[in-house]
Design a protein around this ligand. Structure first.
Ligand SMILES: [Zn+2]
Length: 190
């Protein structure tokens, strides 16, 4: 069975109008996330199902979207402002589920229950050291992607020494989002 989920979607990158369809056996629940690529600019886009409408077949100009798994990200920072602003930034995008932790120790506990696609970790925090955290996560979860998120002047060198990517807290939101999207598309062993 085919459904129209959006006949007038504008690509968020190139503004091309797109006709988005899905193929499902039943009417999708509201708030189901779908993903598709813009044929004009190849942007990877998300859409939430609203009021879907049954149709006979997908027309030639129609774009078939598929169900998007939620991308889960854990943000670890002892400063609540930083955690909240990163969570707000990521929640403004479709398809992301965000968990926050005030310490690396708390994050290790969370990792026992939840397997994220990416861990964003601050450097200067009380408790377990960054080195120890990175080593433990690698030992337990293999290639789970991590990124150091800091403003410390030598943070880039620290990230390089630990062989993890770096994002600056002074980067603008567009740059942060594009870095995070790239890191989330790296497949990992778990
Ligand atoms: Zn586009």
């Amino acid at each position: 069975m085919y459904f129209i989920i959006d006949q007038a979607f504008l690509c968020q990158t190139c503004a091309k109008p797109l006709h988005i369809y899905i193929e499902e056996a039943e009417l999708p629940k509201p708030e189901t996330n779908y993903t598709f690529s813009c044929p004009a600019c190849a942007s990877h886009l998300f859409l939430r199902s609203g009021a879907a409408q049954v149709i006979e077949a997908i027309p030639p100009n129609g774009i078939l979207a598929t169900r998007a798994p939620l991308t889960t990200i854990i943000v670890i920072d002892d400063e609540a402002d930083i955690r909240d602003s990163m969570a707000a930034l990521l929640q403004s995008m479709e398809g992301f589920s965000i968990r926050t932790c005030p310490s690396r120790d708390a994050a290790l506990e969370l990792l026992e229950q939840e397997r994220p696609n990416l861990v964003i970790v601050d450097w200067n925090m009380p408790g377990m050291t960054l080195e120890c955290f990175v080593e433990l996560v690698r030992r337990r979860y293999g290639l789970l992607p991590m990124v150091l998120y800091s403003t410390a002047p030598n943070a880039l060198a620290k990230a390089n020494a630990l062989a993890i990517p770096f994002m600056s807290k002074t980067d603008d939101p567009e740059k942060l989002i594009s870095t995070i999207q790239q890191l989330c598309t790296i497949p990992h062993a778990n």
